[in-house]
Design a protein around this ligand. Structure first.
Ligand code: PLP
Length: 394
């Protein structure tokens, strides 16, 4: 059951978009508690606990800010706290989300310079390195990379970006969007030398939409002291001052913090490494299904395959949107649509968050039946290939 459906569908809705993801019952039950006084002593204890616990999922010992906002807010926060109007930033257009982040940067008065890809691979590290090398005057103040590009299913290799900056001794900040990777794909804020990590609640963290995050390095914090972009709601300073005692400068999303507290417990009980391995295994099974169907994965470079989602290209002359509509109607399953230039060309299978073998097999069976009903040419047996892989790698 979902809260609203114009037509009744029996059975459970399959929410297989790459976020928002399925919220586990344990997290839903945590949210289903009375809202508490956010100025009470008890709230301070809860806030301090959740803020501390959150650091662990980012793999950082530094501060992590929690905004009552969607991921877009955390994108803006990362930029306005560290940069000044007119600053040059190097951004990698790996897909639609990188494109939207660049538009946001332009709107707030930054000067983004773009390194494009064909949207079939992740950030082009040699191109980043070449551009930084030419920037002998260090005009570029930040390098912005989307870790997992949700529109294409391509994952950038962040330690290589860091290594390029280090090799050149370039002082630009490294800002990384992990909105669809945190809690699903290995990410290490501190070890990888990331200055601001941006994240959202509604994907690997298994929460509803509504929270977003900035994990902050010492260097980023220092940059915020002189950054001149206007900011108020997003300002780190009053947040950090209040967070020191577990409080927030404005009303926090109290019930979402209960949810975060519980979801983090679940991730740590399973063990982050096991969570990542679970997603790697489901991603590999999905790609095997796609290949068996005779279809193509949007990500063309195996080094960049995403473990959070797989974008699948439909053959020329066929409509990915029609396929998705047939699957929604017949099997009560939502798949991700093609975004931007990929509209109608791909559908996206989300296999992140609270996801198990049978979630995957339900998803792939629905896709395989949908391909047949929508008249998309394919070879049967994709779901079987995935099962063979899962049982061979139990
Ligand atoms: C990689 C990435 N960045 C940014 C966003 C934007 O986040 P939101 O829609 O929560 O504002 C999304 C949303 O799906 C995303 O996947």
């Amino acid at each position: 059951m979902v809260y609203f459906q114009s037509k009744h569908h029996p059975g459970r809705h399959f929410l297989q978009i790459p976020g928002p993801t399925n919220v586990p019952d344990r997290v839903l039950r945590a949210m289903d508690n009375p809202t508490m006084d956010h100025r009470s002593a008890d709230f301070g204890l809860l806030g301090a606990r959740v803020l501390e616990k959150t650091k662990k999922v980012f793999k950082t010992s530094g501060p992590v800010i929690i905004y009552p906002a969607s991921g877009t807010g955390a994108w803006e926060a990362a930029l306005v706290n560290t940069l000044s109007p007119g600053d040059q930033v190097l951004m990698c257009e790996t897909g639609q989300f990188a494109f939207l982040w660049r538009e946001l940067a332009e709107r707030i008065g930054l000067k983004p310079e773009i390194i494009k890809t064909d949207w079939r691979r992740a950030a082009d590290v040699p191109a980043i390195e070449a551009r930084l090398k030419a920037d002998t005057g260090h005009a570029i103040k930040a390098v912005c990379v989307v870790h997992n590009e949700t529109s294409t299913g391509c994952t950038s290799i962040i330690p290589e970006v860091r290594a390029a900056l280090d090799k050149l001794g370039h002082p630009a900040l490294l800002l990384v969007d992990t909105i669809s990777s945190l809690g699903s794909i290995d990410f290490r804020h501190e070890e990888w030398g990331v200055d601001v990590t941006i994240a959202g609640s509604q994907k690997g963290l298994m929460l509803p939409p509504g929270l977003s995050f900035n994990a902050i390095s010492e260097k980023a914090l220092k940059a915020s002291e002189t950054a001149k972009c206007p900011r108020s709601y997003w300002d780190w300073k009053p947040m950090l001052a209040s967070n020191a005692t577990g409080f927030f400068p404005y009303t926090p999303a109290t019930n979402l913090l209960y949810a975060l507290d519980t979801a983090l417990d679940m991730l740590f009980e399973e063990g982050l490494e096991n969570v990542f391995a679970r997603h790697d295994r489901h991603a590999e099974a999905t790609r095997r299904a796609v290949r068996a169907w005779g279809l193509e994965v949007q990500c063309a470079d195996p080094r960049h395959f995403s473990s959070a989602l797989t974008a699948v290209r439909v053959p020329e002359g066929h409509s990915a949107n029609k396929l998705r509509a047939v699957i929604a109607e017949k099997f009560n399953m939502s798949l991700g649509n093609g975004l931007g230039q990929l509209n109608d060309k791909v559908f996206r299978i989300g296999h992140l968050g609270d996801y198990a073998d049978l979630s995957l097999m339900g998803t792939l069976s629905g896709v395989e039946m949908g391909l047949k009903l929508a008249g998309v040419p394919f070879s049967p047996g994709g779901a079987q290939s995935a099962m063979d892989y899962l049982t061979g790698n139990a």
